[in-house]
Design a protein around this ligand. Structure first.
Ligand code: ADE
Length: 389
């Protein structure tokens, strides 16, 4: 992660976080460790909780404890422990919070509303949807920076990161051949688009389901079959939910599926596949027929649920590769530094465009890729409204 490492070195020299306490609720991965290392180098005191009960890499958690960070995370914890860990991270009484999915911010507005926070950054689409709703209702009590909405995050992390790591998780869990199979992708946002592109690249027939007419049209014009889930359910060999909404695959769909259908979720929360509904419909369940694979028999047909319906790319694989997290977490690190220097009121704030551009410039430089610069005449032309044809 050369860009994030260079930012960490800059932080070490400038110490933008001296005296600040940061509580983070992020997937505990090697890439997260590099982000927190950069913030620590900048002077922050750090407490970390996991943003998913299954995604923690225990070796990373142990290593971070050795770097003087309070880490409250363990792979496979139950729901109660997961939330207790977030409370422990908040015991640091943070000035700044980093969230991935809005669970930590939610607790700061419900059970820990006594804690005064300067502001925070949110990493993922699901979290931003919640924050915007809180802001619209006047409930959000401090500023939150929408790191997810940067161009660099959406274009690279959501598309290439989620696209590749989701298929990586499905392949590691099942070792299934995707070529010639029908992969149903529910949701054609940035993440869904990435999953669809990668599946197509592996030779799958891709079917997209959508509720947004513009996204559905986009999928159709990109050559994907677009169908309602009721029809896609009968055709799919592999199903991937990436919508951010609940019950996208539910009882009527399970009943229509083929024997051997594989069900995976790449959305942040485990609500997209109605696992409770699947449990009550199933005649029998065999847990752990392989790592991260549970077999449900419905109407005599075997349905294979991956990673308990939790985020498959971080549960059955290692999340996004470091090369793409270098971009997303560099935007995150620079956003934290920007936030630390501001005095903002409650609300959801876009990351300044300059940060987006800086991250892309640094990444290009790290990759040894040169680009053109506008000539003086071109700059003038772009600022003129009198020059026509
Ligand atoms: N989200 C997706 N991939 C990730 C990774 N490798 N580390 C932290 N958060 C992630």
């Amino acid at each position: 992660m050369p860009v994030l490492t260079a930012i960490g070195e800059r932080f070490a020299a400038e110490r933008p976080f001296d005296g600040l306490r940061i509580a983070a609720c992020l997937h505990v991965t090697a890439e997260t460790a590099v982000l927190l290392g950069a913030l620590r180098a900048g002077g922050a005191q750090i407490a970390l909780a996991a943003s998913n009960p299954l995604s923690t890499q225990d070796d990373v958690a142990a290593a971070l404890r050795g770097y003087d960070m309070a880490v409250h995370a363990r792979a496979g914890v139950d729901r109660e422990t997961y939330y207790r860990h977030i409370h422990h991270a908040l015991d640091i009484e943070p000035d700044i919070v980093l969230d991935d999915g809005c669970d930590l911010v939610n607790i700061l507005h419900t059970e820990r509303a006594e804690l005064a926070v300067k502001g925070g950054c949110e990493e993922t689409t699901t979290g931003i949807i919640r924050l915007r709703q809180m802001a619209a209702e006047g409930a959000l009590r401090f500023p939150m920076v929408a790191v997810n909405d940067t161009r660099t995050k959406r274009m690279f992390d959501n598309r290439y990161g989620t696209g590749q790591s989701t298929l990586d998780g499905i392949m590691r869990a099942t070792n299934t051949l995707l070529a010639g199979r029908t992969v149903v992708v529910a949701g054609f946002g940035y993440c869904g688009r990435g999953v669809a592109e990668r599946a197509k690249g592996l030779g799958a027939r891709v079917v997209v389901t959508e509720v947004d007419p513009v996204k559905a049209l986009d999928a159709a014009l990109q050559g994907y079959a677009v169908l309602p889930m009721a029809e896609a359910a009968e055709r799919g060999d592999v199903f991937v939910t990436v919508t951010g909404n609940r019950d996208v695959i539910r009882a009527e769909h399970f009943a229509a599926m083929k024997d051997g259908a594989i069900l995976a979720n790449a959305g942040h929360f485990d609500v997209e596949i109605d696992v409770r509904g699947l449990e009550s419909l199933a005649e029998s369940v065999s847990f752990g027929i392989r790592g991260n694979v549970d077999e449900y028999v419905v109407g005599g047909k075997r349905l294979l649920l991956l990673a308990e319906g939790r985020v498959v790319n971080l549960t059955a694989a290692e999340g996004h590769p470091a090369a793409v997290m270098d971009i997303a977490f560099s935007a995150q690190a620079l956003s934290v530094a920007w936030l630390a220097g501001q005095s903002l009121g409650p609300g959801v704030y876009d990351v300044p465009e300059a940060i987006d551009a800086e991250v892309a410039r640094l990444k290009l430089a790290a990759e040894g890729i040169a680009i053109d610069a506008l000539t003086h005449e071109q700059v003038e032309y772009l600022h003129s409204w009198t020059l026509g044809s």
